[in-house]
Design a protein around this ligand. Sequence first.
Ligand code: HEC
Ligand code: HEC
Length: 229
Amino acid sequence: MVAGATFQLSAAGGVEVDEESFSGRTAAAVAEFRAAIELEPDLNRGAAHFATCAACHGADGRGSGDGAIPAVAAQHVSVLVKQLVDFRHDRRWEERMQHFASQHSLAGPQELLDVAAYAESLERWPPLEGGFSDAVAEKRGSALYHRHCADCHGPLALGELRRMRPRLAGQHYAYLLRQLNETAAGERPGMDAEHVRLIGALSTLERAGLAHYLSRLSPNLASTQDRAR
Ligand code: HEC
Ligand code: HEC
């Protein structure tokens, strides 16, 4: 079914590109993204490329519970390609990823799509490491999420393939918290200004509540948006 979603992506002639999510990107970066998502993915070649990624992200794509390495399994292929393109074109900074997303490791659009489609096809089990059971934090996070985030990331935090909105459900607690803190500190240059403002206005406790809530949601559901299209 996941491969089906990928096929649909290509069959539909690419994702419905939300122009705003490309603000600040160079023409070369946007062109590379568009070229990749219009190709047909090859999961076998993607699996071969993923052997390099597995050294950090794990063969199952689940990343690490300490928050250093995110789960990429079951992330939308469009989101994965966009992040890889951002690492390649200096819109997202992390030395190791800039190296492994570079043309040195992934030659061009076809390789980007293949490896991203393979990662998407992996299942993401709820990563229980890293979070802790705290009903108060979870309730706080849930309320904030539904007020400020659900419109974009979806009612179940499953994200949206076509608008390149990341699936947050079942991502590692510590990774989510770190991304929220780095976003607020202006260290995710790919995020649009409104996203930065929204996250920056939250207190430390609120960010922790959100990360707590999101990390505990089940990631193993197809989003209604994906099924409808
Ligand atoms: C040496 C370790 C390492 C290797 C190898 C590696 N990654 Fe990563 N990856 C990371 C780290 C660390 C991050 C988190 C970066 C950050 O904090 O911004 C990351 C982040 C990512 C992200 C962003 C995820 C998100 O939710 O936004 C994607 C996509 C990704 N990696 C894909 C890959 C792919 C595909 C490969 C193989 C071609 C790969 N990585 C190889 C360490 C690695
Ligand atoms: C207007 C739509 C929108 C809203 C509202 C929104 N987001 Fe996002 N969010 C996005 C998009 C698009 C991205 C991908 C940005 C990029 O390309 O780097 C993103 C990225 C993220 C990431 C990084 C994911 C990763 O894997 O690195 C986190 C965490 C996140 N959002 C959390 C939140 C939270 C928490 C809220 C509510 C307080 C929120 N977002 C509200 C659209 C939105």
